[in-house]
Design a protein around this ligand. Sequence first.
Ligand code: SF4
Length: 804
Amino acid sequence: MRPIDLASRSGVALRRAFQAQQLRRVTGSRQYSNVTSLPPTYEKLHNKYSEVRRVLGAQRLTLAEKILYSHLDNVEESLLNNTNNGRDIRGKANLKLKPDRVNMQDASAQMALLQFMSCNLPQTAIPASIHCDHLIVGSKGADDDLQAGIQTNHEVFDFLESAAKKYGLDFWAPGAGIIHQTVLENYAIPGLMMLGTDSHSPNAGGMSTITIGVGGADAVEALVGAPWELKAPKVLGVSLTGKLSNWASPKDLILHLAGLLTVRGGTGYIVEYSGPGVETLSCTGMATICNMGAEIGATTSIFPYTEASARYLQSTRREQAAKNAATFQNFPGAGASEDAYFKFKADEGAQYDELIEIDLSKLEPHINGPHTPDLSTPLSQFKATVQEQKWPEKLSAGLIGSCTNSSYEDMTRVESIVRAAEEAGLKPKADFYVTPGSEQIRATLERDGTLQSFEKAGGIVLSNACGPCIGQWKRQDGVEKGTVNAILTSYNRNFRGRNDGNLDTMNFLASPEIVTAMAYAGSTTFNPVTDSLTTPDGKEFKFPAPHGLEGPKTPFDIGKDVFKVASQLPNPNEQIAIAPTSERLALLEPFEPFPESDLSGLKVLVKVSGKCTTDTISAAGPWLKYKGHLPNISANTLNTAVNAETNEVNVAYDLDGSKHTIPELAKLWKERNQPWLVVAEHNYGEGSAREHAALQPRYLGARIIVCKSFARIHETNLKKQGVVPLTFVNEQDYDKVAAGDEVATVGLYEMLQNGGQGEVQLKVTKKGTGEELLIPVKHQVSKDQAGFILAGSALNLLSKGASL
Ligand code: SF4
């Protein structure tokens, strides 16, 4: 079904040729013609890579660097500026990159496309796809849920489909699958660079791609053919030895790593895996590990291309892609050294900024949570921890699958223990849900009898969509909001309220095998490695260690026709479907530009304490339906943030002392033309790539966020929307600023005019006393980002460029 090489797809080659022509027109990019025996994707990569080698000489490069630098718009300019002549690139160079494609999920695609529409271009400069996955509520089972989801969201799906037709994008209808699984199965080939409007896009790093999660504004830059900027990441190496055994799975590797590194440990890094242990992992296992690299804040994660990667390409009917990858790796470049060949692995002797060594043979299963993915407990200590922490011992539900863990290997390993339990006459005591990641995996598991095993055990198979992973879970077990209870999932993220909107649900992450075995016990203190269950006839039953198949014996089944991708040439006559009365979709009004002076008269709307994730700033769940309607979704802004001064959730006080919810007060201040700022603690905006977390505050009147530290994607998103992200030079200054204080900037306008060069301070006038403080702050504003902020937003600048 789906293609191997981007340019070789039926009906798509013409479009690509047209797009390439368009790309040249839009960007004036240089063309190469000296290599003719490689497929176009690799011809381009080969030529850029030759430039990288010319510029950097014999410098040893990691795999991530090879791919990333071979996607630079101007290799010399990016690698030699501010880098000690190319010797000090990481953390210093501003990389201006030209990604190969963009993948968008339905919730974030709405805003990305609304922004793209403002640029008035007839089509996108590079291939892109839309995946309808986030808006389907998981409840009773696939068929009912999908039908209900389509009915509720038809307006949004119609809009996305019409935009896909107009601009020539691939459209994956509701039920076709979750973005990352679909991308891995269809678009990921080694050496590509992709952007995805979702924080778990690095999943495709399991197929040796550089895939980075971004906001819609970044996606629009790539879609219009402008270079996309990234501070050159550092590279954190993870060297693997040994082989996983018994109950340990790839998921446990990343759960363990999250515990080691914490949710901030990967910030500013690409995580690159190497070592002999890599060869023992399946391609989908590597994807799981890359997927959850988002939980440690990594820019992205990547694995070398292995025999397992080639097998995965073959089983997903992309034999030609496997052949192309082999041809490319043996294709000689200029020069006689080994460096002339592009190998999908790090150069011998490549240096990592940090190196972690993990022996897979010694890895035991882990369970992470609740409420944060880095609270990691080895399974052998979990019972004691549950009892010590007084976490619930009853397990109310076990949920497996999602974009993270629904591979053939995962599911057949689970099937092996489900069958053993079935033979012993056991059924899961907790509710048991299965989410296939795509129609292809669902149909294959059905063909091979695996889904039937789950259903026989009482498992509920949900639609091929995100569902409970993103708060789209209508629980059927009567657990009401406010009820403390425990669930286990094989998903990737577990912030409070993430799955069912209940802040008191304790959500733990584990491998699908561990989730399933514990669902049979209905208990959080059960250890399937050591403990036994009692069968209905009173016998002791101990689960066998799980075993499964890396992939199906015959290639994957493509599934139902209705879920196949719609690929199309752009149709300028297609009308974009947005009703003027819509409550779900609204055209965007441009934000006003930065004033021609420093900012003054800002007030602190709220001082937030503790974790402030993008879920906190713009909650998902029921709010997902307003993703395409900025005024409507803004009513959730910071609605789970904790007020540092009163410890209340979603409470802010107006200057006269009156009490409001945070979004209500923000709206009041917007109406009064009172610009504002938020003060916060560490890792502000961690979690998903959700650009609404930047757009909404901007829409409501935020000009600055000042905090102790930022999560990378969110910090970038803020700048793209014209909000200035600043961090305290002295963290203790957080204590000196309070809600209602007046703030003016000193040096900010000059810094922006100087392309991000210069120091900034905040002049704070205390509410009540009038005392004045000067607080030094730091920024990470690049030249381009200074331009975005001055223009009011990146889109203001891009749409100007596009209309020239
Ligand atoms: Fe969907 Fe969850 Fe995967 Fe995000 S992490 S794409 S919400 S399944």
